[in-house]
Design a protein. Structure first.
Lengths: 474, 371, 181
């Protein structure tokens, strides 16, 4: 029991620190919210250190197989915490600017991070479910936080109702699997499927529900309906959060459940995922063209990216999974960059929500126009940026495993997708600006955003470092 | 004595009856059914009589406290007997009265409501042990069962208030439901303390865990919980000083303002049955139930060894029942926000803190209670 | 009945009834602790608050039912397919297999004790996460509902209690009136 608890140290640290943040926040006045913010960042840093310190050399199961630490969980946890640090940084700037600064944002955010960490080391369907719930419950509340905004409330209600529905689906699938195999622990499930003569149809029935639940959470088409509204309605700081780290955690559970638990059913989930992937890529990329609101556009681009993310899983090989992992990490780096730009350009009275707000950015501030250019090129998949490599890896794996049609479709849709990313670049560089207002943002904001943009270029120039890391996880 | 009566009834009345009426295959089941019914009656009938005379006692006691005489006219068989016939006269009067159902009231719910409030109050008696062996249903989760049933009483109140289609009744119902829910939490936590101390949810085992002497009873280690439990019990039953649901001076009569005749008296009986239940539970959980107070004292223990356990239980219960009346005559009514404050901000924190304390006492095996 | 009935209060009461029935089923399965806890939590607490809200809001059901007829056929079709699929799966042999026949061990030991052991030993991790989830729910509810507006008036009991007679009452000495002649 004691070793189990030691293995759990990072999570315990985060939970304790969250409670500290909660207490500090509850007993401090509005003008000292800065303290809350700094303790939040500190606790995330501390958690990263803990993850490093307690990272095991081999995979280790704790709590009767409910919890696993292995290379994958360690990498994902560090990435999640790192991304969340950047997210909180941007959010803090945004919240200060729009006078929404409340301590609960950080507390709920930390709980969401905890949920994601639980998800990335879940090895038991119950922990998968509980992690998802912890994450989504915090996110619902964060979306609804801007109470005066009609859109925010609408988004929260939509998110909540559909999220609850998805949880129901997931639970139903889990109960089916449990009914057939008699276990919730992933290795036991895999053993039960391999060893006993259970007819596949019963397992597939449960698995479909589980996949539907996960697809809801990831926002894959045709379960993507909530995504654009929530992205648009939620305060930008929250959209930023929803769009980045939770996808990594959702990727983690997808891999755990499908690969570690239901690997014997690979033929079935490959075909389901292919369908989801093609639909997501098609819907995401095509509808995004018509969007005028940049948050909405990024929402559809997320749907498309989720489609690509599935491609690596469909390949069904360790390097394919590594490709997906590479994809999700690079995706979240890009997306926080893009939302960071929106926050940067936003002003107190008006958010830079419309694509037109980016008009002639190159005249107004050429450096950030360059960063935005990096981001958009990267999302479109232009070499040598990060986004190119992520698409390259998954499509290469797909071809290696013999899914030619799917690979061709992926390339085709990414060409369509390139249109709307490049449209922003065009608007930025060649259109006349409506205003010449200088961008006012703090020095730290500028620095972090610059680092964010440059990271995309730098990792893009030497993708093998990150890829080798991802490969070591499988 | 009770066993003898029970045996006589089951042997000389039930057994021939079952054999005569039922086919052979079902005789054991039928016998079991009859026996259980007899046992239930043996509990319910005394409880109802106790309820009736509790109202009489209330009027007498409060009368005494306020320097009045109380009911003293209605006697039995031509004798005055200090007014002992009063409850029976009341019952006859209420039964004879018409039940008026208001226009636009929800008929079915209006009728069901009083039944819903009385039924849980009586059903909870099923798990009350009167002695080491005398208990109707000796279930493992007895304490939880009692808690669940007392929490159901609120439905009677809330449905009555709503079904009457009257503002005053509805206000009374809302007030009382909010109050009951609030105090139920404190009460539940207090009971959790008891179960931590006793290590069991079974009421019989809880009492047995207290055996030894007066000092061994749980009232000493659980004193804050006992106080909170009893006060919450008073609040749960909507008795003074927490009777804002009735609040004669504000709401006329609260949730049952539209009720008359027997329907009204069923509410009345439910209230008093609940009070007796709370009193019995206090005696069982904190004051050693049927255990003799002289246990462990060398000389007195032998002198009183002939007294049946049930007597001690009833004696303890009567003391708590008296406390209910004493409270009513003594304290002024709380204001509504004060009630809520007391429940949420005072009682619940205290119970939670004391739970931690009692858990640590149990862990360190503190004698004489937890060794 | 919960879904079909018109009056929301009746619907809520039928929901109470169905909780009771669930509890009764669990009781028949020898899960007495769970059954009573279900009654205690759902019937005793959750549904009371539910009823409370419904009674206070006075929902107009007619407006809520407007879209009902339009979506009803679709709902029926989906429900039909779900029922068929479920029927096929659940009626299969796998759910009657011997995995479940070992379940009757708990009759000797106390149900509550076994449950406690399971929660605090085998499923400790999940139990703790569930605790965290509840904490999140509390924080979320409070942060979304707490409205610190200046208009709200509230009494401060500590100030009230500390009030002395001298703060409120001023005894003024006055000369008695001169006798008029």
């Amino acid at each position: 029991m004691r070793t189990d608890l030691i293995i759990l140290m990072p999570e315990i640290t985060l939970l304790v620190m969250t409670c500290v943040v909660l207490l500090v926040d509850a007993f401090s006045e509005d003008k000292f919210r800065k303290i809350t913010y700094w303790i939040t960042q500190l606790s995330l840093l501390l958690t990263i250190c803990m993850v490093f310190y307690y990272s095991p050399d081999y995979s280790y199961l704790a709590f009767n197989g409910a919890f696993i630490t292995d290379t994958m969980s360690v990498i994902l946890k560090i990435v999640i915490c790192g991304i969340s640090i950047i997210v909180f940084f941007y959010s803090y700037e945004y919240l200060k600017e729009s006078e929404l600064l409340k301590g609960e944002y950080f507390v709920l955010g930390l709980f969401a991070v905890l949920g994601m960490m639980i998800m990335s080391s879940a090895y038991h369907l119950l922990s998968v479910y509980l992690g998802i719930e912890l994450l989504s419950l915090s996110l619902y509340a964060m979306v609804a936080m801007h109470r005066k905004s009609k859109y925010s409330t609408e988004a929260a209600i939509k998110y909540f109702v559909l999220g609850a529905l998805a949880s129901g689906m997931l639970l139903y699938g889990i109960s089916m699997i449990y009914g057939v195999t008699g276990s919730l622990q992933l290795t036991n499930i895999a053993d039960a499927i391999n060893n006993s003569a259970i007819e596949k149809i019963y397992l597939v029935y449960g698995m479909i529900f589980i996949i539907v639940g996960i697809a809801f959470k990831l926002g894959a088409a045709p379960f993507h309906m909530w995504l654009p509204d929530v992205y648009q309605g939620a305060p930008t700081s929250v959209t930023l959060f929803i769009s980045s780290a939770p996808k990594i955690a959702a990727f983690a559970i997808t891999v755990r459940v499908l690969v570690d638990g239901l690997f014997p059913l690979i033929d079935d989930w490959q075909s389901i995922l292919s369908l989801l992937a093609i639909l997501s890529m098609a819907i995401g990329n095509i509808i995004a063209i018509a969007q005028e609101n940049i948050k909405r556009m990024l929402a559809y681009s997320t749907i498309a990216h989720v489609g690509y993310l599935f491609l690596g899983l469909i390949a069904g090989t360790p390097s394919g999974f590594a490709g997906s992992m590479f994809y999700v990490i690079s995706y979240s780096l890009m997306t926080i960059g893009a939302f960071g730009m929106i926050i940067l350009l936003g002003r107190f009275d008006l958010e830079a929500e419309k694509i037109e707000d980016f008009k002639g950015l190159i005249v107004r501030n050429s450096w950030f126009a360059l960063i935005m250019l990096f981001l958009m090129f990267s999302m479109a998949g232009v070499p040598p940026f990060l986004g190119f490599w992520s698409k390259w890896f998954v499509i290469k794996e797909l071809v290696d495993s013999g899914f030619f049609v799917l690979a061709v479709a992926a390339v085709f849709f990414s060409i369509i997708g390139a249109y709307y990313y490049l449209r922003i670049v065009k608007i930025m560089c060649f259109d006349k600006p409506d205003t010449m207002r200088a961008i006012k943002a703090s020095q730290q904001m500028r620095t972090v955003l610059t680092i964010n943009g440059l990271l995309i270029l730098i990792i893009g120039l030497s993708p093998n470092t990150l890829m080798n890391l991802c490969l070591s996880a499988f | 004595m009770i066993e003898t009566i029970y045996n006589i009834i089951s042997q000389y009345i039930l057994l021939p009856l079952t054999i005569a009426v039922f086919p052979v295959d079902y005789q054991t089941e039928a016998m079991l059914f009859f026996q259980t019914t007899i046992k239930i009656l043996a509990i319910v009938v005394p409880v109802m009589i106790a309820v009736a005379y509790f109202t009489y006692a209330e009027r007498k006691v409060i009368g005494f406290i306020q320097g009045r005489i109380g009911p003293n006219r209605v006697g039995l068989f031509g004798f005055r007997l200090w007014g002992l016939g009063q409850p029976i006269a009341d019952a006859v009067k209420l039964i004879a009265k018409e039940i008026i159902i208001p226009l636009n009231a929800n008929r079915s719910l209006f009728i069901i409501a009083p039944i819903l409030s009385l039924a849980p109050a009586l059903a909870a008696w099923a798990v009350i042990p009167f002695d080491d062996t005398k208990v109707l249903a000796n279930i493992n989760a007895g304490l939880l069962y009692v808690l669940a049933l007392t929490s159901l009483a609120v439905y009677g109140v809330i449905i009555a208030g709503w079904a009457s289609n009257s503002k005053y009744a509805f206000l009374g119902a809302i007030r009382s439901a909010a109050q009951i829910v609030a105090y139920e939490i404190a009460m539940g936590f207090a009971l959790v303390g008891v179960l931590i101390a006793a290590g069991s949810l079974n009421l019989g085992e809880i009492v047995n865990a207290q055996s030894g002497s007066v000092i061994h009873w749980f009232w000493l280690p659980l004193l804050p919980l006992f106080v909170i439990y009893f006060i919450s019990g008073v609040a749960e039953t909507n008795r003074a000083p927490f009777d804002v649901a009735e609040g004669e001076s504000e709401l006329v009569a609260g949730f049952h303002v539209e009720y008359s005749g027997m329907a009204f008296s069923v509410f009345f009986m439910a209230e008093y049955a609940n009070m007796i239940l709370i009193a019995v539970l206090s005696a069982l959980l904190f004051f050693g139930g049927w255990l003799s107070p002289f246990q462990g004292i060398i000389f007195l223990e032998d002198i009183f060894s002939w007294v049946p356990g049930m007597f001690w239980l009833l004696a303890k219960t009567s003391i708590f029942m008296f406390l209910f009346l004493w409270f009513r005559a003594t304290f002024p009514r709380y204001r509504y926000d004060q009630i809520m404050r007391l429940g949420w901000k005072v009682f619940i924190p205290i119970t939670i803190v004391w739970l931690v304390v009692i858990s640590s006492l149990v862990v360190i095996d503190l004698p004489p209670w937890f060794s | 009945m919960v879904v079909a009935i018109k009056n929301p209060i009746h619907a809520a009461l039928f929901l109470v009834l169905s909780f009771f029935s669930t509890a009764a089923i669990w009781l028949l399965l020898n899960a007495e602790f769970l059954a009573i806890a279900l009654v205690l939590v759902y019937v005793g607490a959750v549904m009371v608050l539910f009823l409370f809200v419904i009674m206070m809001l006075d929902i107009n059901v007619a407006t809520l039912r407007q879209g009902f007829a339009r979506y009803f056929p679709l709902g029926i079709i989906i429900a039909f397919f779900m029922v068929v699929a479920m029927g096929l799966i659940v009626s299969s042999d796998y759910f009657l297999s011997d995995i479940y026949s070992q379940g009757s061990i708990s009759t000797i030991q106390s149900n509550t004790k076994l449950l406690g052991l399971a929660i605090y030993q085998d499923y400790l991790y999940h139990f703790e996460i569930a605790g965290a989830i509840l904490l999140v729910a509390i924080i979320a509810a409070i942060s979304l509902c707490l409205n610190k507006s200046k208009i709200t008036k509230s009494t401060q009991p500590d100030v009230q209690v500390l009030a002395k007679k001298d703060d409120r009452l001023r005894v003024v000495k006055m000369k008695s009136e001169e006798k008029e002649d």
